[in-house]
Design a binder for this molecule. Structure first.
Ligand code: SAH
Length: 250
């Protein structure tokens, strides 16, 4: 039987947010590769080898998967959320770009529900108009670039989703992010801190920019920032579909 690699998104965490397509790939797999906590989400079974590795070894992990597929194994590389959003799908193609000997390997990318969409659904519809997603981690880009993109997104009045907002190794950067937002946006701007969405620890907090504090975010939090029109309706937060609500109907 010929081998393949599937890069699959496991969704935010809850079992019922894993797509049937991803389940089917896992059921056919001989090997699962990925970051330790994501591999831990895959149920062990006879005939399935689990290869958990530490963070920041994405290119080695991708190569390992390609090599196993070349030997005829059926390999699923797991990511949380969607594999194309700050995750393993790009890492696989980065590795493939510099490799010469995997031309015939079958590769599939299987989408998943990304954190910002799971979080947005819990809150209402804060990403209902134009929005952008920014990875606040400076592992793979300088923090100056994060700041530049953030400022321009705010000036463009995009709603925003921030991934990897704050870690122990860079506790001050999220404070700087809030500072930039305060320079560009009004104090009433709504911000949603959505932590551990779809897990037993899930917590959603809606505050204004004036109330927002760095400690409200950690690495299990995705932060959603509304645009200038984002508002509350009862317990919900939503962004109208156009720049004027009346004009946006239809
Ligand atoms: N590929 C993933 C993102 C990986 S980056 C996706 O599409 O969702 C890891 C970041 O995603 C975390 O720091 C956090 O900002 C966000 N995240 C992942 N799962 C989450 C969850 N269940 N709840 C809230 N944020 C989550």
């Amino acid at each position: 039987m010929s081998g393949w690699v599937a890069v699959a998104g496991l969704g935010p965490e809850a079992e019922d947010l894993v797509t049937p397509e991803v389940r089917a790939a896992l059921a056919e797999a001989t090997d699962v590769v990925g970051y330790i906590p994501y591999v831990a989400r895959v149920a062990p079974r006879a005939g399935l080898r689990l290869h958990a590795s530490d963070n920041r070894v994405e290119l080695d992990r991708a190569l390992h998967a390609l090599e196993m597929a070349r030997e005829g194994r059926r390999v699923v590389i797991v990511s949380s959320g969607d594999p194309g959003v700050f995750a393993m799908a790009s890492a696989l193609f980065e590795r493939l770009e510099t490799a010469t000997d995997f031309a015939g390997t079958e590769i599939r990318i299987l989408p998943g529900i990304t954190a910002m969409l799971a979080a947005a659904a819990r809150a209402g519809a804060p990403l209902g108009h134009d929005f952008c997603a920014i990875n606040l981690s400076d592992n793979l880009k300088p923090f100056d670039l994060v700041e530049h993109r953030l400022r321009h997104a705010a000036r463009g009045d995009f709603a925003m989703a921030f991934y990897n907002p704050r870690s122990k190794s860079r506790p001050h950067q999220f404070a700087r992010v809030l500072e930039v937002l305060r320079e560009e946006c009004e104090p009433e701007r709504l911000i949603i801190f959505a932590r551990a969405v779809s897990t037993p620890d899930e917590a959603l907090r809606v505050v204004t920019l004036a109330e927002a504090a760095p400690e409200m975010a950690d690495m299990r939090t995705v932060v959603l920032v509304g645009n200038s029109q984002t508002r509350r309706v009862g317990p919900w937060v939503y962004t109208p579909r156009g720049t004027s609500v009346a004009g946006a109907a239809g």
